[in-house]
Design a protein around this ligand. Structure first.
Ligand code: TRP
Ligand code: ZN
Length: 873
């Protein structure tokens, strides 16, 4: 263990700031190496703070040029400055003005936090604590100010100058330079500040809000790529319209800008009126983007736009409340996507991603409550737990109180907290007020880490036509047995041999939902005419693990007859998962027959849904179902064998689907959900055919690759081919790379496919790819595509028994940690499940984690992940 584990910041130690900042005037002269930031801050003592306390402004790697108080330079003894802070020992006990000049080198900023340059474009990233890398400030979300920003730059280098809010003035500034002044009337925390300067092309359109405000919406991208921004712009307009109808939330400025940059630590950022995006989530054309990319662009555009209310108008008091904006906004973007596409299909996709990312996090040493109580590095808490489990909590709240009360509660929340920095308590209080309900027990979802287990058993009494359903909730890993129970909405129904049982009654079930708020309960159904199969947790009504012992035949009854599409899909997943963990050829054959009947009857009616039924649980999900001794090779073999069996048994059926779903000759590509669904089923069919007969599969995938008219089909074919070793694969990979040599985002897909090949040779392949001209460790998308896909998407090779897979990721972390600690720390979280691996692999993981931990000068980001991963979690 390293000696200095980073110090913790604790929720219980929250205190209001001693000073507030009402107005910020920035004059920023952009220069590649010496950007001048002249900041004028209107400060005053906070009545809620400590009178006469010193003023401690945050800084991070700052270079101070000058500081003045109320127009006069400060005496040397009146302040203390370092790169990481500026303190006034005895500030005035009345409002005062501080003028601070700092200088920054945006070109040298490799951390991509604060002001940096991406392909020559000046941009900023301030969440969570990047503003302090631009100027000294009270960099905390409960300090909210009105910002005016004057930007000045060389006209040729930066013809476009964008800021928060509305443009109030612009013009020449002499010597080939020009300026733009932006004013944002809405008070905001510093983390929402942004600027952009550069040579950019744009597409734009107008939107009129429900209040009659005319808004100019624009998407800025690298010049020449404007046509690839059309879909994102359309998603902006649809998001604006949807937030008005679904939540009554109009936009509140005259302009809304989105800018795509190619070097970005995460997906996108909701800066007020100026959302900045990873270009991966903006740029799309049929030739370069898959259906999945289009869906992700739509969802992330919506997510950032929806933050304008859930995050910006109502912001967070402190970073412990992160789920207040992120969980709520994920819930909102999920509902948007569900309305734009197929609701059940989207719900299944949400749950798959929750299980793939959040369940393992919740089961390992990096687990934390949705509202953490302590952190060493806040950037490590932008997690699946905060985002996705946070969204599930909002969803459960809606299920518990009903959609009308939920909408009323949301209105109340926005009304009561507009312009404020709020807490989870403020959020729940709005719903308690409108419903008159006590939500204290429900609030435990925010506090308790870990995935609850819901165990259910059903007993049927034929003579009495009665069913008893016994439910028990447990939360493994918590000390002590008497932890108070969670409030779990269990949506449920009973399914008979030919469909849902209509006559059955249960007084405890309202609108199809039973609310389990005790550790254990039994509910009784009367008038149950035949022995039913219970369909529990419909639509995944709570983020729990369900233990319900059903036979394969009972599950296949659910697949055939349940009224709940989610549980139909779940039933097939459950059978498949058991077959992966406990292979059995006879049961596999029976499963294949049931799938065949399902596909013949329904696949062409809802291809997207059928494709999800065909997608077996991932290797990660299978590992996650095991408490210990995980052997990724065994899981891989079992899953591959099951796929091969299904591919052979279902071959005629898959061939029929493949033929029926072929696009009409000359058809043009459309990214809509129905067309995407047909492509996904057709490509899933080919992939399964290939699993059953690799020789044939390789030939057919090769053909599809050559004839594809869009990236979705081309990439699917390449992914199928990538699993079949041989000359054809290598030729296809080489051809793809040649065709897209000038398309970095497409080459990322090519890196990712190769990084996930489950063969020992993959390590060598990665070595070669790290030397590819398109690869660079300085671009986060490249790192995630190659190293990230390997660490998170190749369980057999990452967790190789000899430790070479772990070692490779460790080397990348070591290389990256000082230049971009956020991305390095994110890679390290791939080790989060090491404790569940079988002993020899677990020992290698620890050895390698300790090796990284010994690196001198490791970032706080990485040190924090290591300390928690190696700790006794
Ligand atoms: N608030 C952003 C979102 O979820 C995410 C974000 C947080 C981020 N910190 C960041 C993005 C740092 C980029 C870099 O929408
Ligand atoms: Zn967000």
């Amino acid at each position: 263990m390293r000696t200095e584990t980073p110090p913790l910041i604790r929720l219980e130690e929250y205190r209001p700031s001693d000073y507030l900042i009402d107005r910020v005037d920035l004059d920023i002269r952009l220069d590649p190496h010496a950007t001048r930031i002249d900041a004028t801050l209107a400060l005053r003592p906070n009545p809620a703070g400590e009178a006469g306390a010193p003023l401690n402004l945050d800084g991070d790697e700052l270079r101070l040029v000058s500081v003045a108080l109320d127009g006069a330079p400060l005496a040397a003894g009146a302040y203390a400055a370092s790169p990481s802070g500026l303190s006034l020992i005895d500030p005035p006990r009345r409002p005062f003005v501080l003028r601070i000049v700092t200088e920054a080198d945006p070109t040298a900023n490799t951390k991509l936090m604060g002001l940096y340059r991406s392909s020559g474009v000046y941009c900023t990233q301030c969440e969570a604590d990047g503003f302090r890398r631009i100027t000294y400030f009270l960099d905390r979300p409960d300090v909210m100010a009105v910002y005016t920003t004057r930007l000045e730059a060389d006209r040729d280098e930066s013809p476009v100058l964008l800021g928060n809010g509305n443009l109030v003035d612009s013009g020449p500034a002499g010597a080939g330079r020009h300026f733009a002044i932006w004013h944002d009337p809405h008070p905001k925390p510093a983390y929402l500040f942004a600027l952009v300067g550069g040579r950019l092309g744009k597409v734009e359109t107008r939107f009129t809000t429900m209040e009659g405000r005319g808004v100019t919406c624009a998407v800025y991208v690298e010049p020449g790529k404007e046509s690839r921004a059309d879909y994102a712009l359309d998603a902006v307009i649809r998001s604006m319209a949807w937030d008005e109808t679904a939540f009554g939330r109009p936009y509140d400025l005259d302009v809304f800008n989105v800018v795509a940059v190619s070097d970005f630590n995460m997906g996108a950022m909701e800066n007020k009126g100026l959302n900045i995006f990873n270009d991966k989530y903006v740029l799309a054309s049929p030739e370069t983007a898959t259906d999945g990319d289009y869906a992700a662009i739509e969802a992330i555009i919506a997510h950032e736009y929806f933050h304008n209310w859930s995050g910006n108008r109502v912001t967070c008091r402190d970073w412990f409340q992160l789920c207040l904006k992120e969980g709520l906004t994920v819930f909102r973007d999920q509902e948007f996507s569900a309305d734009m596409r197929s609701r059940p299909v989207h719900r299944i996709a949400e749950v798959r991603s929750l299980r793939a990312r959040q369940f393992p996090e919740d089961a390992g040493p990096l687990r934390h409550p949705v509202r953490p109580r302590a952190y060493a590095e806040i950037n490590n808490f932008y997690t699946a737990t905060v985002y996705d489990k946070g969204a599930e909590i909002v969803r459960m709240l809606r299920t518990l109180i009903g959609p009308e009360a939920f909408r009323a509660g949301m209105d109340r929340y926005f009304a009561d907290n507009d312009g404020r920095a709020a807490t989870v308590e403020d959020f729940l209080a709005a719903f308690a007020t409108v419903t008159g309900r006590d939500l204290t027990a429900f609030a435990r979802w925010y506090e308790r880490p870990g995935t609850p287990r819901l165990t259910a058993t059903l007993a049927y009494d034929r003579a009495a036509a009665r069913c008893r359903l016994h439910l028990v909730q447990t939360l493994p890993g918590e000390a002590g047995q008497d932890a108070p129970p969670l409030v779990i909405p269990v949506a449920l129904g009973l399914v008979g041999a030919a469909g849902p049982l209509a006559g059955a009654t249960c007084p405890d079930v309202r609108d199809g939902v039973y609310v389990l708020d005790r550790a254990e309960a039994e509910i009784v159904f009367e008038s149950v005419a035949e022995e039913p199969v219970p369909s529990l947790l419909r639509d995944f009504s709570a983020p729990v693990r369900l233990d319900l012992a059903l036979t394969d035949a009972q599950r296949m009854r659910l697949l055939a007859h349940d009224s709940d599409p989610f549980n139909r899909w779940q039933a097939a997943q459950d059978v498949a998962l058991r077959l992966i963990l406990d292979p059995d050829p006879d049961r596999a054959e029976a499963f294949a027959q049931a799938l065949g009947r399902f596909l013949d009857a329904e696949a062409l009616g809802d291809p997207a849904f059928a494709a999800l039924v065909l997608a077996l649980p991932s290797e990660g999900e299978a590992a996650d179902a095991l408490p210990r001794d995980v052997d990724p090779d065994a899981i891989h073999q079992a899953r591959s064998a099951l796929r091969a069996h299904l591919g052979r048994a279902l071959r005629p059926c898959l061939e029929r689907l493949d033929a029926a779903l072929a696009p009409a000759a000359g058809a043009t590509y459309s990214p809509d959900a129905a067309s995407a669904g047909r492509r996904s089923l057709r490509n899933a069919a080919l992939d399964l055919i290939a699993a059953g007969d690799p020789e044939l599969g390789a030939a057919r995938a090769g053909e599809r690759l050559d004839n594809a008219t869009n990236m979705t089909d081309r990439l699917a074919a390449l992914a199928t081919l990538a699993l079949i070793p041989g000359e054809r694969r290598e030729a296809a990979l080489a051809g793809f790379a040649a065709r897209y040599a000038d398309e970095p985002l497409v080459l990322d897909k090519w890196f990712a496919i190769q990084a996930q090949i489950p063969e020992p040779g993959t390590l060598e392949r990665i070595t070669t790819l790290q030397g590819h001209p398109a690869f660079t460790m300085t671009n986060p998308n490249r790192v995630r595509a190659l190293i990230g896909s390997f660490a998170f998407g190749n369980p057999t090779q990452f967790a190789r028994r000899d430790g070479a897979g772990f070692s490779r990721v460790a080397d990348a972390v070591a290389l990256l940690d000082s230049s971009n600690p956020q991305v390095a720390a994110r890679l390290l979280t791939a080790f989060g499940s090491w404790r569940r691996l079988e002993k020899s692999r677990a020992a290698k993981a620890v050895e390698i984690l300790n090796r990284i931990n010994a690196i001198p000068g490791l970032s706080r980001d990485s040190a924090d992940i290591l300390a928690r991963s190696l700790g006794d979690g």
